[in-house]
Design a protein around this ligand. Sequence first.
Ligand SMILES: C[S@@+](CC[C@H](N)C(=O)[O-])C[C@H]1O[C@@H](n2cnc3c(N)ncnc32)[C@H](O)[C@@H]1O
Length: 335
Amino acid sequence: MGRKEWARQDDRERALALVREGRPLTAEEITVVKQCYSGIGGLVASGWGGGSFFTPPTVVSFVQELVQLRENSGAILEASCGSGSFFENVDPRRCTGIEQSVESYTIARACYPEARIIRSEAEQFFPYGKGGEFDGAFQYVLGNPPFGLKKRWQGEMTAGREQTILSEWIFLEIAFRAVKPGGAIAMIVPDGLLANRASHYLRKWLMGRCFIRAVISLPTETFYHASTSVKTSVLYLQRFPVGVTKEMVGDYRIFMAIVEDIGWDSRGRATGKCDLKKVLDTYLAFRDGNEDIVDLVQPEFPDPTTEPLPVLPLEEATPANVEPQNKCFIQMALF
Ligand SMILES: C[S@@+](CC[C@H](N)C(=O)[O-])C[C@H]1O[C@@H](n2cnc3c(N)ncnc32)[C@H](O)[C@@H]1O
């Protein structure tokens, strides 16, 4: 390990020492843990195999804003949540995380005590053909899955046969199954998935079930702080809303952009520039001018799995109050 790796190792030990005290942490201690813990990716031999490379906060915020993640707008799943990077900036009570590593799970629990965080392999929650508590349960599935691990999987993608496939494929099927119709999936994926011949089947599988809303290329410096220069992109999908099938979908526009400057260079030195804001603003303008997208956005009802629907009292059910999205509230009052 070089000097940088030793410094990361020290910070990691500091964060672990705090959470291992086993008591609720103060807000200041949580800040220290979030700043110090950056995953084991690249620190120890097993780090590479487990793929523990955490997403930097600026990229997390970018992904959250890309999918217009608003407070109170539905449940969020991160199926390989690491230390919980994607739970930052949002109400943790809306967040469910799954994480297989005890170490990362312990950190996530300590930093986001109000989120639902489960220590498990995510695959356990998605048994083939049985349906599970997480099927179609989330408005958003976000994340950065483990890349390049060869794993046994029996799923819809493999037509119910048990096969060995790459972990990122499995996590995309998990995301598709977990998100509600019309809901958003935004994942950081290795570029091979977008371009390799061998991934053609996966791309076709996804395009038959989801709109591709955006593909945003990230530079190789993005994961500098986690000691990897893997080339990645943000893939933003929208699961077809109810009533839309692949046969009905013709040509549509997809937003594509290249982030050249992420805010630091290949040696981790601040560049004083970052393209993420410009890309985000350009995407939002594209989205606002794109009728295909606006037409398909689902009404923003509170998520019934986490919050009871408000009931409009009958005396208030005047025509003036009958906005399209209020209709179901009035119906409930009548029952
Ligand atoms: C690339 S890291 C990203 C972590 C986090 N999503 C982030 O963006 O900061 C992938 C994470 O997936 C976890 N992981 C690997 N296999 C898993 C599985 N089968 N189920 C759940 N988590 C898994 C690893 O322990 C690691 O924390």
